[in-house]
Design a binder for this molecule. Structure first.
Ligand code: CTP
Length: 450
């Protein structure tokens, strides 16, 4: 019996998929079709698949050409499959010519002509209107964000807003955007959505005005400094039926999702403690190092360290204790926040102008998870046990340098209604963070003598 194998995402199943499966089947007696998982697709840069894997498998099955359907979930699986199933011929479309020649030492490799003028990408683009994005604030972070938007199809940055003209002009020129330095409402009227990366204290007002103008909003953290304002903004977004998302990048990375799953499914037993640390020496006169009111360690990094704590232990802590030491400029140089839950606890440690081991440790009754620095850009983590020789290592790579594209893809998915439920960072979690920020600011103000 001659066995043939082919792979694909088969998203929004189309004629091109049908044709290749038909011809692949004709090359042998038994056809195996590998359908990629969302996780694997994300790790190789396909961020906006529409159909869930069960739908994609079902569509392949319905053609009647596949004798067996398998799931492809990792790099290197093709060689394993070829050997495991005793494959004679490996088939892919001509968009991949040459890319799989390395498999020729295991079996025949055949590239079949692609069906012209159709692809999942084209269908996705037809389905979704192009989202025109405006950027508010044109500093370092906006630059890094901008560089990643080009990897997410369906979104295009067209305008930038910043009252500081010199920064705006160089940014707008570099990325060919329409500049707005005074007229925020005029800027809003040219876009469908905004990404807000202005100084911390300006976030909430920009968010509010954008929502009132009916625009979707992705806002850098911290979005607000108070619980009431966070509640108000999410309520307002609901009333205007627009997406409001706080940009805590770590929340959207595939590795972070995997870590949460491993922790929650009981691999390390019952979770007793979560410890997350994020520090940076930083540039002395940068905003975060010198702005005593709105900069400092906790403002900059606290959203990251609170994220795994709230994700794993929930929002119903019984008590929170906040303590900081201040630097010369009056910022909090190092802040420890301790959360006490009914039968677990957690610590957030953040430093600006201090260096520490930036790790996350989740301790459980059967073992612990260690995610090393930079865990907020997580690519791997370990599960360790009492028996120190036993270590389960998890690799969860992501594409790109900063992980922004996962956040952007999530934002776009929500705008297009393909993003599913808000489980990666819920409004409740974002509001709970604002509550801690509010308490932190009150304590720091007293410490600073304001
Ligand atoms: N394929 C084809 N003709 C097309 C589109 C896809 O023969 N017009 C083939 C691909 O070459 C591949 C298989 O179908 O062998 C599955 O491809 P997949 O990547 O799932 O489909 P695309 O439409 O190419 O998806 P995308 O646009 O997301 O890359």
């Amino acid at each position: 019996m001659k066995k043939v194998i082919t792979y694909g995402s088969f998203d929004l199943f189309h004629e091109g998929h049908y044709n290749i499966l038909k011809r692949a089947k004709e090359l042998g007696d038994y056809l195996i079709v590998g359908v990629t998982t969302e996780h694997y697709d994300r790790s190789r840069g396909k961020l906006n698949l529409v159909d869930p894997i069960m739908t994609r498998i079902d569509n392949v099955r319905k053609t009647g050409f596949a004798d067996e359907i398998i799931v492809e979930d990792h790099e290197g699986q093709k060689i394993e499959d070829i050997q495991k199933y005793g494959i004679d011929t490996f088939v892919l479309g001509t968009d991949w010519v040459g890319m799989f020649d390395y498999l020729k030492e295991y079996c025949n490799v055949v590239y079949l002509e692609r069906t012209p003028d159709i692809s999942s990408t084209l269908k996705r683009n037809d389905m979704m209107q192009l989202v025109k994005l405006g950027i508010v604030g044109t500093g370092r972070i906006a630059r890094r964000f901008q560089a990643e938007t080009v990897y997410v199809s369906g979104i295009e940055t067209i305008a930038a807003y910043n009252p500081e003209k010199s920064s705006l002009e160089s940014y707008a020129k570099e990325f060919t955007l329409k500049p707005f330095s005074e007229d925020y409402s005029g800027f809003l009227s040219t876009v469908d959505a905004v990404y807000i990366a202005s100084p911390n204290e300006t976030h909430a007002a920009y968010v509010r005005e954008a929502i009132n103008a009916g625009k979707h909003v992705l806002c850098e953290k911290p979005m607000t400094f108070t619980y009431d304002e966070a509640v108000e903004l999410y309520k307002l977004a609901g009333e205007h039926r627009v997406v409001l998302m706080e940009g805590i990048r770590a929340a959207y990375l595939p590795g972070f999702q995997q870590l949460l799953t491993v922790a929650k499914k009981g691999t390390i037993g019952k979770i007793c403690d979560v410890e997350a640390c994020f520090t940076r020496i930083g540039v002395p006169d940068s905003r975060e190092m010198s702005d005593a009111r709105y900069g400092g360690a906790f403002m900059e990094y606290g959203s990251y360290t609170m994220l795994p704590i709230f994700k794993l232990l929930g929002l119903d802590y019984e008590d929170v204790i906040i303590d900081s030491i201040l630097g010369e400029s009056g910022i909090d140089r190092f802040t420890k926040v301790g959360f006490r839950y009914k039968d677990s606890m957690a610590t957030s440690r953040t430093g600006a102008g201090v260096k520490s081991e930036g790790q996350m440790v989740i301790s459980g009754t059967k073992g612990y998870i260690l995610a090393q620095s930079p865990w907020w850009l997580i690519r791997s983590f370990d599960v360790r046990y009492e028996d120190a020789s036993r270590v389960d290592h998890f690799e969860a790579p992501f594409v790109g340098r900063d992980g922004f594209r996962y956040e952007i893809a999530e934002f776009l998915g929500k705008i297009n209604g393909t993003g599913g439920k808000d489980y990666k960072l819920t409004a409740e979690e974002s509001i709970a963070m604002a509550k801690v920020v509010e308490k932190f600011m009150n304590i720091r103000r007293k410490q600073q003598g304001f």
